[in-house]
Design a protein around this ligand. Structure first.
Ligand code: FAD
Length: 310
């Protein structure tokens, strides 16, 4: 069995793996896709040690750094069940979809999240070429340009306020007849001169010129009329879905299905820790996930030295 088994090979899982190996622990990583969301990311300008890098490059560097340590890396495998140890200091089991089962004295869950898509023609084609999901990451790329935010909940309205300070103009598009964000955020949004708010609007298409986005088409749900908004960038803010479906019923999850953690990365199960975008951590970013991976791993180490009989 492992001392530490990490589920997920994104920034959080990679960080936990390097920290674990450097403590001399028997360490395993099981990941469906090593690199996680980085594989879908183009430019990264907020990795503090680099002014610019690209997602696939960072993913390859993380994987090679993890493999340079004494870590058993198992990729292209999905975890489908967690069975918690029945005694303190006992072995936890991670069952894989392939039928295999891995045992470990501690577990770090780092399965990340995925952005909810609008699922309209053009969205996938223009991802990273005008369609974006993270205003903290990509907002500055649209300096002086016209953008839209799709989604009028707290994250959409926060994104629109954030972008309004950087870009030329923001059109906020909400499907419902009213915004759903907190009133204080809505008031702030309405006070901004370069924001247009459109409600009862269903986005139907992302249009581009083959290279990048040029406009967005929406249908007014009141009268079924079609409208085009010319712009350079579209931020989709209709939800971040944690990859925790497989844990439902075994561990405490928030109402948004995030794994509940404390400041040590501890979950509701002793010996099981979690880090990164799959957790209740308030901000979902690469550097935040890397830090959380090391926090969870140092807490796992603490747990191991307290429960070890050796
Ligand atoms: P992830 O990166 O999501 O990794 C999760 C890992 O778990 C993967 O290896 C996955 O295969 C694995 N996994 C999931 N479920 C299972 C399972 N059941 N069994 C086994 N393995 C599983 N952040 C920034 O800081 N700067 C940016 O510029 C930036 N740009 C972004 C651009 C895009 C398009 C996207 C999508 C995200 C961007 N982010 C950016 C956010 C950043 O990528 C995430 O915050 C970060 O990757 C989270 O790391 P993580 O390790 O928690 O999860």
């Amino acid at each position: 069995p492992f001392d530490v088994l990490i589920v997920g090979g994104g920034p959080a899982g990679s960080s936990a793996a390097v920290y674990a190996a450097r403590k001399g622990l028997r360490t395993g990583v099981v990941a469906e896709r090593f690199g996680g969301q980085l594989l879908d990311t183009m430019g990264i300008e907020n990795l503090i040690s680099n002014p610019y890098t690209e997602g696939p490059k960072l993913a390859a560097e993380l994987e090679s750094n993890v493999r340079d340590h004494d870590v058993e890396v198992i990729t292209a495998q999905r975890a489908e069940r967690l069975e918690a140890a029945d005694s303190a200091g006992g072995l936890h089991t991670i069952a894989l979809e392939s039928g295999a089962a891995l045992q470990s004295r501690s577990i770090i869950l780092a399965t990340g999240a995925r952005w909810r898509k609008i699922d309209v023609p053009g969205e996938a084609e223009y991802a990273n070429r005008g369609v974006a999901y993270c205003p903290h990451c990509d907002g500055p790329l649209y300096k002086g340009k016209r953008t839209a935010v799709i989604g009028g909940g707290n994250s959409g309205v926060e994104a629109a306020i954030d972008l309004a300070g950087i870009v030329d103009h923001v059109t906020l598009i909400e499907f419902d007849h009213q915004l759903r964000a907190d009133e204080v955020l809505q008031a702030k949004l309405r006070s901004l001169p370069n924001v247009t708010i459109i409600t009862s609007a269903m986005t139907t298409e992302v249009v581009g010129d083959g290279k990048k986005v040029t406009s967005l088409v929406y249908r007014d749900r009141n009268d079924d009329s079609e409208h085009t908004v010319e712009l350079e960038g579209i931020f989709v803010q209709i939800g971040l879905l944690p990859n925790t479906e497989w844990l439902d019923g075994t561990i405490a999850l928030s109402k948004h299905n995030e794994i509940e953690i404390d400041s040590h990365g501890a979950t509701s199960i002793p010996g099981v820790f979690a880090a990164g975008d799959c957790t209740t951590v308030p901000f979902k970013q690469i550097v935040v996930s890397m830090g959380a991976g090391s926090t969870a791993m140092l807490s796992a180490f603490d747990h191991l030295i307290r429960t070890s009989d050796a």
